[in-house]
Write a protein that binds this ligand. Structure first.
Ligand code: GLC
Ligand code: MN
Length: 269
């Protein structure tokens, strides 16, 4: 494959709804680029069969242990995220655009394959580091081996793959601009909520935004009250009408986020 979108599911099937919604969102952009799903052995076969029916080319990968002691992980779920590094070792993929399973693509992003290796967008909290939820790179066996060799020595500031990758690529911020993706390719869902809620910002923002990233809160794991979770539910509900609910619509249509209004939106009073 010259190019592929790649994502990861690891540690059971809790992220399967994310992969489903991501796949559907990519499909809706009209992209013909193959989609590769890396999956650890603990992901049930039937979940993977279902995702394969959705168009994902499933590859089993061995988990990659996080060398950081549990107490240093920002979140316990970061124990699984080092497995993401396996994407750097895909030998039969020329250029990969890695997308976290908690991202949603709103319009075609195939142009990312023209970016040089390595390219990513700024992190939301530390803008001179990159966020590892959307990355462009040319995978190879040697590439993965080099990462694996640095596993123990390189520090991770968040206890996850992002902190590690930034230690291995400390020069990213000063590389030529083609390596730094515009922020619209990786928009935090809280930022989406803010930008799309305000009339003066909404029009231009909605025309520009390409990828929304549900870091911190996953819409399918805990109901999140952000404008962007409405988008996620819309995408997912198209695949699972049985999981759609009237209160999702009321809540996501709400423009008044005061406590009483939120309670009313949920209860339907
Ligand atoms: C942040 C990033 C995510 C990464 C995690 C662990 O949440 O958005 O992509 O996997 O940190 O480093
Ligand atoms: Mn993420």
């Amino acid at each position: 494959m010259d190019s592929a979108y790649v994502t990861l599911i690891a540690g059971g099937d809790a992220y399967a709804p994310g992969v489903e919604a991501l796949g559907r969102s990519l499909y809706a952009t009209g992209s013909a680029v193959p989609r590769v799903l890396l999956a650890t052995p603990d992901v049930p076969e039937r979940t993977l069969d279902h995702l394969a029916d959705d168009g994902w080319r499933v590859r089993r990968v061995e988990p990659l242990a996080n060398p950081a002691p549990p107490a240093e992980l920002l979140f316990a779920r970061f124990a699984n995220t080092y497995t993401k590094l396996r994407a750097f070792g895909l030998e039969d993929v020329g250029k990969a655009v890695f997308l976290d399973a908690d991202t949603l693509v709103l319009r075609n992003i195939d142009e990312l394959f023209d970016r040089p290796d390595f390219a990513a967008a700024s992190d939301f909290f530390v803008p001179d580091r990159f966020n590892s939820g959307v990355m462009v790179f040319a995978p190879s066996k040697a590439r993965f081996a080099a990462l694996e060799a640095s596993l123990r020595a390189a520090k991770t500031y968040d206890g996850g793959d992002q902190g590690f990758l930034n230690s291995v690529l400390p020069e990213w911020w000063s590389l030529d601009a083609t390596h730094r993706l515009p922020s619209m390719f990786n928009v935090h869902h809280f930022v989406f909520q803010f930008m799309s809620a305000h009339a003066s910002l909404r029009r231009q923002f909605l025309a520009d935004v390409r990828v929304v990233h549900y870091t911190l809160q996953k819409p399918w794991l805990a109901p999140t009250f952000t404008g962007a979770s409405g988008l996620w539910w819309e995408t997912y509900a198209a695949l699972h009408p049985e999981r759609d609910g009237a209160w999702h619509h009321r809540l996501h249509a709400a423009e008044d986020w005061t406590f009483d209004h939120v309670v009313r939106a949920i209860s339907g009073d």
